[in-house]
Design a protein. Sequence first.
Lengths: 472, 443
Amino acid sequence: MLFNSIEFLFFFAIVLLCYYRLAHKMQNVFLLAASFIFYGWWDWRFLILMMSSIFVDYQCGRQMANHPERRKLALLFSITFNMGILGFFKYFNFFAESFSDLIALFGMHLDGLTLHVILPVGISFYTFQSMGYCIDCYQGKLKPSNSLLEYALYVSFFPQLVAGPIEKAHHLLVQVQKPRIYSESLALDGLWLMVLGYLKKVVIADRCAQIVDPCFAGTALPELGYGNWLLIYAFALQIYGDFSGYTDIARGIAKILGFDLMKNFGKPYLVADPSEFWQNWHISLSTWLREYLYFGLGGNKNGEFKTYRNLMLTMAIGGLWHGAGWAYFIWGLYQGVVLVVFRMFGRKPARREVQFRHKVLHILAVIVFFHITCLGWLIFRVGSLPKGHDQIGFLGNSLKPLFSTEGTLPLNLLRVIIPMLLLTFLCQSLHEVMERFSQWSLFKRGLALASCLVAIACIGVFDGSGFIYFQF
Amino acid sequence: MVADLSTFSSKARRLKMLQISAGLLLVSFTLWHWAGPIGIQIANQLGNLPDKLFKGRIPSSAEFVADRLRDLSWLLASAVLLGIAAIILWHQVRIISSGLRRTLVAGFLLFVILNLFTWSASQTASFWLALYASSPTFKDTSFNIERHLLAESKAERRFAVIGSSQAASEVDCAILNKRFYPSASFSMLHFAGAQASDFLVFMPYLRSSKASDVICYVSQQSIYPRTSGHTYLPLLTSESLVKLWECGLYQEEVWANVRFGILGMAIPSFRIRRGFSTAFFGPVAEDGVLKSLELSHQTEKSLNEQNESPEVAIDKTGAQVASVAADYLKSHSSEFQKRCLRLFLAECEELNLRVHFIVGQVHPQLDAVIPVEVQNDFNELIDELPSHQSLHLIRGELPRHQSNEYSDWMHIHRSSRNAFTHALANVLEPFIGIESKQKVKLR
């Protein structure tokens, strides 16, 4: 069930109609049932997998609470189980194909190694969330839940189930346990976030998709020379609109239901270095990777070399988390390299240094870093090319013209990209103000809602396309 | 004392706003009233510029300019009146106690006001002309311009040419206007891909434009391909929806279009979305990125260039014509289209609209491969058309086109269009009841 479908709007209306008439425990039961219906709408068989993940991790948590001597064993079991289902459903075919390609280099051939496995929607999100819970319990940061119902709702809460934010238990599970208090300001903020999310999705992302998708359907980008940067800008805007739009809708729905989900996006295209970028882009994933993987590997405590190694490993695994393909792995490595290079040579100016002269330099640095990010997005987009495409070949064919001196900047593309760029800039630069919608004046609130709705009606794209991050 | 001062200042502000509103309404009324003479003055200053700009589509520049001034005064008056309504209602909104409800009502109120203004703007040709100037499109925008121009026409008889892009490629209204204005004026109310069922969608617009005659171009294309429903979003009305339903719309797989059409009826900003998006974002929104930039993918293009040989080209033509012809089927869709066509003709008779029914053709190569049963069915449909005074069947009186006259599978070249239009003018002449200024011989 997509957030941008008629079915979902009906579904949410029914949920909302019943939800606030129920007592706390029944609210949880009702939300769990709604979440299962929401998830089972794709394929009811996915539910079995999710339920088993919930059950296993809940039991692991209970084991840690009841038998502290078995904590390590319980954690290992949880990690093995979660990585096992993730590995099988998401990565089995990728590793099998890669292995087959590798031994083909030595003249041997293995056929029939791959399996016909369907990738369950949102599997990467809920397995990471579930695993995070067990790690927190193991580290003693969290008291394991003693209610399967509450834990199940924490993992399967429908607004954030399929594409995050990846919530930590001490943030969301605690809210599940407490009775919800209806607040008008929370509902107002939620409503606004939903409208803003739909605006980002149908106006920015889906409009840019009209440019991006046909241009990535061939064996290379079209012959625009350096003009191909426009196509990559369009993808940068598309993925921002798509993912941050999804997150806004999810957070909006959650707020209306009385929950507060973590902020997943800040101003990722208005920053000048990669660590800032990851503090503003998919914050929940980068937090998860930093806390459970990077720190687990030793973080920056064991000298420069090991810090760089840890960064590269974390980002490479982060890349693979996005998708089972070499392009995602390369994208992860690219992000790692960028982080390492900036760590080696970059210097963050002190706040007082940011005077006028430095502001100009800062703007230039933001522009340069946006292009570095865009190159990463090219690799990322290549990763989602249809099966059978030569991804590396596409990347090779497309990179060279970007740095040539020949090309054109078609006006037709600029007519779409410039307004979308401005809208994205507006959303990012005002992201903190947007969070405080309920504190705006009545006129501003009314005008903002009405203008967004008119923009959605007037220039939105209603082709029912899904969200990019659903495939992860 | 302070309270008195604030009341006074608030009253003074209200009075000032009232004065400004009244002033703007007066300006608007004056503009409306004097639009005719001012239009003549401006048209004299402009010389033959409007004629050049619109390639002969505007029969009278002075009338055209005057009507644009009236549009301006209509927009000004609408803005002022909607502004006043918004201010009055805003005071009611502010007394709602619940913050959430107050915001919802305020948002809804402003949404309605913005939509009402959009609606009132869409009732003017100027709005559509502005969109067309930004990015020409032959769907919603051109249809709306033409229907407004038809309604504004001062000619004795108003002819609406309806059909698909095929009709537009066959008939040149500029030639007809040049020949018959002011006895008759002609407007092209076509819509790319329109079929017979879409004539029912056009019906309310024909009535509101006070058309006296309809020229409809009907070929196999109007009946046999699957129902598209492209016209529903920008043009569907409750009246036409009921009629389409009676004819069997529920059997057609056009639910998304019907849904969008119904939404469009309720929300004017949604209704104008296609024309507005195209005007705002350019041809990328209308034709897609590859077509609008005339791009192709590097490798595919080079491969195509290498592989193209004369034999392949012929094969491709054969394959293309076969794939186009595959859409021409006798099906529930064609029965639906036929029912719609009959209902449309009956409605026209009821409204005393004279229908000049051109029995059109498709590309001869396509004609040759369309199944015989479809051809027979089409001929039967034409033979069984009701014979009444208001139906003028034009069959065999106009030139038939050869393959070399076509630029693609549907549309003919400009030179053939000119010849066809002159022939049509000769056919129509007795109905207009005047001697033409320039009688052109048939080819």
